[in-house]
Design a protein around this ligand. Structure first.
Ligand SMILES: *Cc1c(COP(=O)(O)O)cnc(C)c1O
Length: 434
């Protein structure tokens, strides 16, 4: 199994090289040359074991092939429970039980294990550069913190993340540098892309990314969808109207939803996949027939989804014959801030849960489907723990949200962030002076 670029201008590449590179040299995104499909639906086992099975076909030519099960056991060491919600068979897929309380922990931990396993002892230090709209940076920092041979540089938009998210980004120190950028997430992403495509810089330092453009982020996310779909199938697969696990995925850069799509293509029992966007509605406009028209980012309450140009769109387009096929395969809804607030306020009563603002977008999409007469069971993906967004959620629900233990550990550490202007050349200079 080799990997090619969505832009078609990169030779077929081995997985180990694609993982290390992050972005393909032609500026495109790495994709497997074909998506492997299971001949039979695998048996239900643990999350770590399903991860190893699902990832194995991609790693047949990897130096990590034989250690993949052990690596998955370390990376996927916290569960992804499927919790029943109030109402017609709906459930919540809680992906927030990791060290930084968002789903990004899974992929970040897998990537850290994989890059750590591929690294030669005498190799120069690898610098992982991450632009983050909130949760990726913390997950990557946590996964690589104090890992020998690695340095992490985080760029996040100053003032556009929740206070607890900011602390989660700044609480590491040691081999982690966190920059508060005076700009938007799009500025951070542009700066990271500029550095990563700077040949001269890359000759002087071993630089790679860990953004959702990175193959090492996409593939590990397939695992929790596979595991959930298998469990759901084991419980409901005998029902005559069984269509698979229907998913509503809160979406920003489309990495999480792209992983759900890959899981479905691999033949796992997944039904419909619906994207929930916030007021950054480039995907809802596209999926209802408009042009794909990236825009400047709008700041919303669901800040980790504040993306005006979803990077994984390029992968989804690559995997479909044309726009008609892509529009038939997914759909998308936009949810504005007033609706996010209203959804959080009423979620305990309507669904029996307290959501973070991102998860609230997904819940509202569920409510919209129900209002249009859809009676199928749906699973809403809970992308972060509500305690990470206490400043938004607590006033709306009227009580304190208990902080999960791992997040409490982050919050009790000192902060080490530095400021940086939104300037490509300044970042270049800082990287050379690390
Ligand atoms: C990153 C993130 C999202 C968006 O995920 P994408 O893979 O970028 O679409 C949604 N919710 C939370 C809490 C996130 O951290």
């Amino acid at each position: 199994m080799k990997f090619v670029s969505t832009r078609g201008d990169t030779p077929a590449t081995a997985i180990d090289d694609a993982l290390i590179a992050g972005l393909a040299p032609d500026g495109g995104l790495y994709v497997p040359e074909r998506i492997p499909a299971f001949a039979n639906i695998p048996a239900v086992t643990t999350l770590a074991d399903t991860a190893a099975q699902v990832l194995a076909p991609y790693f047949v030519e990897s130096r990590l092939r034989d250690v993949l099960p052990a690596l998955c056991a370390r990376a996927y060491d916290f569960d992804a429970p499927l919790v029943a919600m109030r109402g017609a068979g709906d459930s919540l897929l809680e992906l927030f039980h990791g060290p930084t309380a968002a789903f990004k922990d899974y992929a970040a931990r897998f990537l850290a294990e994989a890059l750590g396993g591929l690294r030669a002892d005498d190799a120069p230090i690898t610098t992982i550069l991450v632009a983050t709209s909130g949760d990726t940076g913390a997950a990557v920092a946590g996964a690589f913190h104090r890992r020998p041979g690695f340095e992490v540089v985080i760029l996040y938009p100053d003032g556009r993340v929740s206070p607890r998210q900011a602390h989660g980004l700044e609480c590491w120190g040691d081999n982690v540098r966190t920059f508060r950028v005076a700009g938007s997430f799009d500025d951070c992403q542009r700066m990271a892309k500029a550095a990563l495509s700077d040949r001269d810089l890359r000759e002087r330092m071993a630089l790679t990314s860990a953004n959702s453009i990175s193959l090492g982020r996409l593939l590990p996310q397939v695992a929790y969808y596979a595991h959930t779909a298998l469990r759901f199938h084991a419980q409901h697969g005998e029902a005559p109207d069984f269509e698979g696990l229907n998913l509503i995925v809160p979406t920003g850069n489309l990495g999480n939803a792209a992983a759900a799509f890959v899981a479905k293509r691999m033949g796992l029992p997944i039904g419909d996949i619906v994207l929930a966007s916030n007021a950054n509605d480039v995907l809802p406009r596209y999926f209802t027939g408009g042009d794909y028209a990236p825009e400047a980012t709008k700041a919303t309450l669901a800040n980790a989804m504040d993306v005006g140009a979803p990077s994984n769109f390029e992968r989804l387009r690559y995997w479909h014959e044309d726009d008609t096929a892509l529009r038939a395969s997914l759909s998308a809804h936009a949810v504005d801030d007033a609706t996010i607030r209203a959804t959080i306020s009423t979620a305990a009563e309507r669904h029996g849960i307290v959501p973070c603002p991102h998860t609230a977008c997904g819940l509202h999409v569920l409510e919209t489907l129900r209002a249009h007469g859809d009676t199928r069971p749906w699973t809403v993906v809970a992308t972060a723990h509500p305690a990470k967004f206490d400043s938004i959620v607590e006033p709306l629900v009227g009580h304190a949200i208990e902080v999960p233990p791992a997040l409490a550990v982050c919050l009790s550490r000192p902060a080490y962030g530095e400021t940086l202007a939104a300037d490509d050349a300044l970042l270049r200079g800082r990287l050379l002076r690390l």
